[in-house]
Write a protein that binds this ligand. Structure first.
Ligand code: HEM
Length: 457
């Protein structure tokens, strides 16, 4: 694989897989300490991963010609959730074409038009929790982010169909959401449909019902010739390729599922972490509230988004425990050299976001939550990369940051909360992502004087 010999853990791949599922960050910390910036990790059932945490190596991977790699091929683990035609699983020209279509709705004015809606949905969902009631911050944030993405994708979220879709999406993601149940995705031999009561049987039936709901919406719109709306489904239904072909129902369904899945789980976990840090560190809350108060009670989402300390809080939240521990793997299609190592075609190169964000020389005291680091210096896209990079960089990056800031600003300026979780909160696996253990139990202590912040649009 490489002329300069690569080191890495020698314990059996099955044990490495178990460690990756049950202790995802602890194992990475330990292996980086032992083997350094570049090491090889073998997980049973997967081709070996070469993990990188050196910015120079990451730069070499993310600035190389994207045609040198296949990445969709490395994402097959997500196939049961998103289907054959998902952007996440595509490579080459088809990937490029779909990406071009799906990126603009999550940027610029289209994105900004969701500002008021995000604040309103946040208030509605938060108002459901009574004072003193203990709730999981992650579940509440998931309800907010799911409603936001449903609205962006379909233009609707309040019909019976969308209520059912919401319940099913939360449930199917929860079914592969604990460290143990994540094994269903990682170990294909566990994917046995043994009826409604078996874990995989339930998964398959829920996925089937989700597909049917999405198809029903597509068919209804086709029948009514209703594809001229501002929402993303309308845009996808009216798009044509060079040959004048529109997307098939199956392609539409898989792409919608991709956006619904990628577009809310991640943001919900990030927000739960942000609330955890804000309530664990009162000095951070104090600085944030001071900044929010400077806007007065009549805040404009576009001003909120520019607040430096709020931005730094979001950046530090995604640094310390990045929701995606790795970028997608890049599978080499031709020989390539990185920092003196020669890699053969077929090698799976994987920038490790988590380990890069833990580098002491970049982030002194890396285990400490310090938003100030982002005010004091700038980091290159190879030193700080919570959304990955190059031709696979997250298409929802701007949207996720926009949503995080507006939800945080809305909640922090109106509600006073406490952490109610007695067990320590630590990063645990949730499917292929990292989430706070226990979901961060919180309770509302009170609602501030200001009853509702009128939002300018
Ligand atoms: C805090 C929230 C989020 C985080 C941390 C995150 C992180 C990531 C990362 C690390 C990647 C892989 C990039 C790479 O391999 O270079 C990715 C890809 C992707 N993300 Fe996100 N994401 C977030 C929110 C969103 C949202 C809101 C959407 C919805 C639009 C979204 C849609 C996608 C899609 C479709 C891809 C695949 C891009 C491709 O294959 O070309 N993500 N995301």
């Amino acid at each position: 694989m490489s002329t300069k010999a690569l080191k890495g853990p020698t314990i059996p791949p099955i044990i490495q897989l178990i460690e990756a599922i049950t202790h995802p960050t602890e194992r990475l910390d330990a292996y980086a300490k032992q083997y350094g910036d570049i090491f090889i990790s073998k997980l049973s059932g997967f081709r070996p991963f070469v993990l990188f945490s050196h910015p120079q190596a990451i730069q070499q991977i993310l600035t190389a010609d994207p045609n040198l790699f296949d990445s969709g091929l490395a994402n097959q683990i997500l196939h049961p959730l998103v289907g054959d035609y998902s952007l996440l699983l595509l490579d080459g020209e088809r990937h490029q074409r779909q990406r071009k279509l799906l990126t603009p709705p999550f940027h610029g004015d289209r994105m900004k038009s969701y500002g008021k809606l995000i604040c309103e949905i946040t208030e509605q969902v938060m108002n459901k929790s009574a004072i003193g009631e203990i709730f999981s911050a992650r579940s509440v944030m998931q309800e907010i982010s799911l409603r936001v993405i449903l609205k962006a994708v379909f233009g609707l979220d309040e019909t019976e169909r969308f209520g059912r879709l919401r319940t099913l999406l939360s449930s199917i993601l929860d079914s592969v959401g604990s460290p143990l149940s994540s094994s269903l995705l990682f170990v294909p031999s566990l994917q046995q449909d043994l009826g409604t009561w078996s874990p995989w049987g339930r998964f398959v039936r829920q996925k089937q019902e989700i597909n049917e709901l999405i198809y029903a919406e597509i068919h209804e719109r086709r029948a009514k010739n209703n594809t001229s709306g501002e929402d993303i489904l309308s845009l996808m239904m009216s798009a044509t390729d060079e040959a004048g072909q529109t997307m098939t129902d199956e392609e539409l369904k898989d792409e919608l599922m991709t956006l619904l899945f990628a577009g809310h789980e991640t943001t919900a976990s990030a927000l739960a972490w942000a609330f955890y840090w804000l309530h664990k560190l009162p000095e951070v809350t104090e600085k944030l509230l001071k900044e929010l108060n400077s806007l007065g009670s009549n805040f404009d989402p576009n001003e909120v988004v520019r607040l430096p300390y709020l931005t730094a809080v979001c950046q530090e939240t995604l640094r310390i425990y990045p929701i995606a521990m790795f970028t997608f793997s890049r599978i080499l299609k031709a020989p390539y050299q990185i920092m003196g190592y020669d890699f053969e075609p077929g090698t799976q190169l994987t920038p490790c976001i988590y380990l890069t964000h833990q580098r002491e020389e970049l982030y002194p005291e890396p285990k400490k939550f310090k938003p100030e680091r982002f005010l004091e210096r700038q980091f290159s896209p190879y030193e700080y990369l919570p959304f990955g990079g190059s031709n696979r960089r997250c298409i929802g990056m701007a949207f996720a940051m926009f949503e995080m800031k507006l939800v945080l600003a809305t909640v922090m300026s109106q509600w006073q909360m406490n952490i109610a979780q007695t067990k320590p909160v630590k990063p645990v696996r949730r499917g292929i992502t990292l989430a706070p253990s226990g979901g961060v139990k919180m309770s509302i202590v009170g609602k501030k004087q200001l009853q509702s912040i009128p939002v300018q649009v």
